[in-house]
Design a protein around this ligand. Structure first.
Ligand code: GTP
Length: 597
């Protein structure tokens, strides 16, 4: 395809502002998918994405659009994930296109993720067309939102396209705006092949599918290509474009976006952001700015029933085929037995993976306290990365500890600002900025990531009744007074509950943890002390008093079936418990103990 007839773009938006609905409409109006095959949110193909209504993996579609000027254009839409955890994927897919539609809900206005995403688009040098969605809603205020876009982002919004993605109103104008207001790609057909690996996924029938954007040169079926970061060489079995199902194509030239298969064994062998070139006469230098996706949150996953370990291993291996950003290694815990230490891009990513393991593979799992990665500077000058509080080295050998910090942007209606500031302050935050966009305040905080991973987002939502929006990026590591807090149940340390905390907050957290555990652990036949300790020193203590409990006593008389049922029910309840020495701890306790009120 001629360069000037190609337009590559993405849609950036805050969650729920209507990105997927708009993509559906663009696909539908251009007849890319036959009407009878159309289903809502066609790009969110995974079941779990559909259920949660969030877009997890970047996805793409090629649309042929006969424009009003009589030319037929090829439009490549790359759908980017909206959530903070996938920021790296967003930034790579942004570099594969030249323009963005900035979708803003005309009844809500600019939100934290609108900002984060639009800044990435601007960083990538995009031309941006503002699109105001949901103008069918009575609460829509397009004029106000236009001036907000101008004030907060500094983009000219006077020619914003007004649409209702739901009713289809204004969609033809969006297509014309893509063609006339976004620039065509640049590239040199005669130069050596240079293509960016934008995304990859595992397909049960095809194996690993790799999505690429050609920058220079031409790629053809049968070519032998090299991945410049990994050095691996592959022969291309199949080359296709996505409409959104695969349609084979003989070659892809500069500016084009498509997929290839090449008997690549696992997604892990492909690195998002890598440069693909020909094995012979390849390009001299790779594309700039490659960095591998780094997991930032770690936690242990253990089967509730130790017999399920092999099933868990299989499930994790299968999941990992399709998700290269998730890492795992075997872990043994004194309390929980065999399991895996897993690394995730963020909390949402953790939740999605855990949910999929539980649902798609029917496993009952215990998730241990999520931990960020600490950098431990040892007195002998070496540096250790701590992924698991249990592995904390003896303090006499430690010089100092550094923890990751984030820059968090929160947008919130004025009336909740006080609560938000308090929450951030309580979490050891340092305020960097506070400004207003209409009646909404925008606060920027420097926060330790470890204060955010447990329940910050939940708390934020609850103190603001869901009206706040939140986005963050990791800024770096900083030294602080951090200690390992252990939890002892019936005098035995439960390694799965140990955590790193700031020394000044340890007493408070320790007290909160033992109080929570007291509620979460059922009474036993004996007294159970629960303690929080730093090193050998106990900082908080609660006791669960003993109880004699004969569950069948209530079923007076000889109703055997009723007794049976009660016992069965108790047994089913037990499945969700784990034995620690003489004490049974319910599965839920591991997560709930960490939530702070
Ligand atoms: P994520 O995929 O989660 O990032 O969300 P999204 O931005 O793709 O939003 P989505 O398209 O899923 O739309 C969110 C909600 O807004 C859905 O319930 C849509 O039906 C609704 N919606 C989208 N466009 C319109 C519109 O023009 N008018 C109205 N009234 N509702 C809309």
């Amino acid at each position: 395809t001629q360069l000037d007839l190609i337009r590559n773009f993405s849609i950036v938006a805050h969650i729920d502002h209507g990105k997927s609905t708009l993509a559906d409409r663009l696909i539908q109006l251009t007849g890319t998918v036959a009407e009878r095959d159309m289903k809502a949110q066609i790009l969110d193909s995974m079941e779990i994405e559909r259920e949660r209504g969030i877009t997890i993996k970047a996805n793409t579609v090629r649309i042929d659009y006969p424009a009003k000027d009589g030319q037929t254009y090829v439009l490549n839409l790359i759908d980017t994930p909206g959530h903070v955890d996938f920021a790296y994927e967003v930034s790579r897919s942004m570099r594969a296109v030249e323009g963005s539609l900035l979708v803003v809900d005309a009844s809500q206005g600019v939100e934290a993720q609108t900002l984060a995403n639009v800044y990435q688009a601007l960083d990538a040098g995009h031309e941006i067309v503002p699109v105001l969605n949901k103008i069918d809603l009575p609460a829509a205020e397009p004029e106000r939102v236009k001036s907000q876009i101008e004030d907060v982002i500094g983009l000219d919004a006077s020619e914003a396209v007004l649409i209702s993605a739901k009713s289809g109103l204004g969609i033809p104008d969006v297509l014309e705006a893509i063609v006339h207001r976004l620039p065509p790609p640049k590239g040199d057909r005669d130069a050596p092949l240079k293509a960016m690996l934008v995304d990859s996924w595992y397909d049960a029938y095809l194996g690993v599918v790799v999505m690429i954007r050609v920058m220079d040169g031409v790629i053809r079926k049968g070519d032998r290509v090299k991945m410049m970061q990994t050095g691996a060489v592959y022969g291309i079995d199949r080359l296709a474009v996505l409409k959104p199902q695969m349609v084979d194509i003989a070659e892809l030239g500069p500016g084009e976006i498509g997929v290839l298969t090449a008997s690549i064994k696992q997604v892990r062998d492909t690195r998002v952001g890598d440069t693909i070139t020909h094995e012979k006469k390849g390009c001299a230098a790779p594309l700039p700015g490659f960095k591998p996706a780094q997991p930032v949150v770690f936690c242990g996953l253990f089967p509730v029933d130790a017999n399920d370990f092999e099933a868990l291993r299989e499930a994790i291996e299968k999941l990992a085929l399709n998700d290269a950003s998730f890492t795992y290694e075997m872990e043994t815990s004194a309390a929980l037995g065999f399991g895996f230490r897993c690394g995730f891009l963020g909390l949402l990513h953790l939740e999605v993976v855990r949910d999929r393991l539980e649902r798609e593979y029917d496993l009952d799992l215990i998730t241990t306290a999520p931990s960020v990665v600490y950098q431990i500077y040892m007195k002998d000058g070496t540096l250790q990365e701590l992924h698991n509080p249990t592995d904390m080295p003896d303090l006499t050998y430690v010089d100092h500890i550094e923890e990751p910090r984030i820059r968090a942007t929160i947008m919130v209606p004025d009336e909740y600002l006080g609560d938000v500031l308090k929450l951030c302050q309580d979490r050891r935050g340092i305020q960097l900025d506070l400004s207003y966009a209409g009646a909404r305040a925008m606060v920027v905080y420097d926060l330790p990531l470890n204060e955010v991973v447990f329940d910050f987002y939940d708390r934020l939502k609850s103190v603001t009744k869901g009206y706040a929006s939140f986005d963050y990026q990791i800024t770096g590591y900083r030294e602080d007074f951090l200690v390992k807090m252990s939890i002892l149940v019936n005098d035995e340390p439960v390694d799965a509950l140990s955590m790193m905390v700031h020394r000044d907050r340890a007493d408070m957290r320790g007290r909160a943890m033992v109080e929570k555990l007291k509620e979460l652990i059922p009474r036993h036949m004996f007294k159970i002390p629960i303690q929080a300790a730093i090193g050998g020193r106990v900082i908080a203590r609660e006791t669960i008093s003993a109880m004699r409990k004969d569950v069948t006593a209530k079923c007076y008389g000889g109703d055997a079936t009723r007794k049976r049922k009660l016992l069965d029910k108790q047994k089913a309840g037990k499945k969700k418990m784990r034995q620690f020495g003489k004490v049974e701890i319910p599965q839920q306790a591991f997560i709930n103990a960490l939530k702070m009120d």
